[in-house]
Design a protein around this ligand. Structure first.
Ligand code: SF4
Length: 463
């Protein structure tokens, strides 16, 4: 126990005349920390609230700890505590750790510090592009990028190191989007073109994969295309597929040139191919002949959230400008309000984004998704260490049956209902769907969409 913890323990024990064991101290300290940050108040102000609580005053022994914790939970989750009894088992209270410093990339202009190229990919077009564009960057040829993992112990502070791995992908080509257990999916397919991202979003789930820094880019696109043809022969029905699950589809397109190859490959196929981004890197796309089955989509959030939580990404105006340019060129558009982040004025903030979207762009779009902030415990830990100034994980998030942190059901339903209402005022046609939600939440936006198959059909109908 460090000095600060000892002092904190001593103070509380003196004031409340009880004693705390290590686990109790850990919980209380964590709750104090989160309340201080989310409400911008001092330790003393929290103590003042506790000292006037009659139930705490009248309790003894272990009950005193239980009642202090209960009061702190009410302060930590003010909205939920007014709506429902809070189950302490659904609250995630990790031990406090010092945050990391100097870990965020400083510029959206990505310049690799090192380029690792797998032997089999050394003569590829992608290796050539990187070595021509960055002639001063050291290139290291390796047999397999897993060698790097074996020989370099990973530290979370290295996550965004500007290292590139150009690889020959051998097996991980196409897979179904895993969604989450007991939730309604949308039967989306992932074309696994890359892992890692030059941007730095505080809520990015890639932060929880903590054994690999940098960005992995496969060079053998022709193998992906062959695998896709073989896969498609088997399923032979329209599907939705995209690349933006483990990367941003366009963040590095000005170097990789992936978009052109993908669009040319998918343009006449009976599939809906999506490139999902927070960038405005569309110059390669604008050079191409448009096709309606190619959907360029943008994640949208209020500019205050973009600025605070989506570091180095294009701002909201830039994203909408880029969307307008690709729409005018003739491509289809999609939008993702994901994650919607709750705050007291969330409705006003998202209404402004929706007003702006429909002022600038002409519906209908291919689809709009809505998802609320969520993540594993590991993600919250990583985000807290990497983004000490962010308070989004100090929102009203509880552990669900799948052990992911989410806003409580009543709040999610309220958000989905309102978001859909705001969208529908402008746009009766665009299919609106939820990301990673259960049947109960889906009912707030539709009574008919109660299976993944039904959602998939809804999203690709009439296109
Ligand atoms: S743009 Fe997407 S992949 Fe990149 S850091 Fe943000 S959430 Fe992660």
């Amino acid at each position: 126990m460090n000095n600060t913890q000892q002092q904190f323990k001593h103070n509380l024990e003196q004031i409340f005349d009880f004693s705390l064991n290590f686990n109790q101290l850990k919980d209380i300290q964590r709750l104090f920390h989160e309340i201080k940050i989310r409400d911008q108040i001092t330790e003393q102000q929290i103590i003042s609230k506790l000292t006037v609580d009659q139930i705490i005053q009248n309790s003894n022994g272990r009950n005193k700890f239980v009642n202090i914790k209960r009061h702190l939970i009410d302060l930590r989750f003010p909205l939920s505590s007014k709506n429902q009894a809070i189950d302490p088992g659904q609250i995630f209270l990790a031990e406090l750790k010092p945050s990391l410093t100097h870990i965020h990339p400083q510029s959206a202009n990505f310049i690799p510090e090192l380029i690792y190229i797998e032997e089999k990919a050394k003569n590829s077009y992608l290796s050539q592009r990187f070595t021509e564009k960055f002639p001063d960057t050291q290139v290291i040829i390796i047999n397999n990028c897993l060698e790097y993992v074996k020989n370099n112990q990973f530290d979370l502070k290295d996550l965004k190191k500007p290292i590139v791995f150009i690889v020959q992908e051998n097996w991980d080509f196409i897979k179904p989007c895993p969604c989450t257990k007991n939730h309604i999916g949308c039967n989306y397919w992932i074309f696994n073109l890359g892992f890692g991202c030059p941007y730095d979003c505080s809520y990015c789930f890639l932060q929880q994969y903590t054994n690999f820094p940098g960005i992995v880019l496969p060079a053998n696109l022709d193998d992906f295309f062959q695998k896709f043809d073989a896969f498609y022969q088997k399923i032979n029905q329209p599907i939705r597929i995209g690349t933006g699950e483990f990367c941003d589809s366009l963040a590095l397109d000005y170097i990789t040139g992936y978009a052109e190859k993908l669009i040319e490959f998918f343009r006449d196929k009976p599939v809906y191919f999506e490139l999902k981004t927070k960038s405005n890197n569309i110059s390669n796309i604008l050079k191409l002949k448009a096709s309606k089955n190619i959907i360029i989509s943008w994640s949208l959030n209020p500019q205050s959230i973009v600025k605070a939580e989506e570091l180095l990404t294009a701002n909201l105006e830039q994203r909408l400008d880029a969307a307008l340019a690709v729409q005018e060129k003739g491509f289809s558009l999609g939008f993702h309000f994901d994650p919607v982040i709750y705050s007291e004025n969330w409705q006003e903030l998202y209404q402004q984004v929706i007003d702006l979207l429909y002022k600038r762009l002409k519906p209908p779009f291919s689809w709009i998704s809505i998802g609320t902030l969520r993540g594993t415990r590991k993600l919250k830990n990583a985000a807290e260490l990497r983004f000490p100034e962010s308070n989004i994980f100090y929102g009203e998030l509880f552990l669900g049956p799948d052990k992911k942190l989410r806003y409580p059901k009543f709040l999610r339903k309220q958000i989905y209902h309102k978001m859909q209402e705001m969208i529908r005022k402008y746009d009766p046609k665009t299919p609106v769907y939820l990301c990673m939600e259960d049947a109960d939440c889906w009912q707030t936006i539709s009574n008919d969409l109660q299976s993944s198959k039904a959602v998939e059909k809804y999203l690709i109908a009439d296109k």
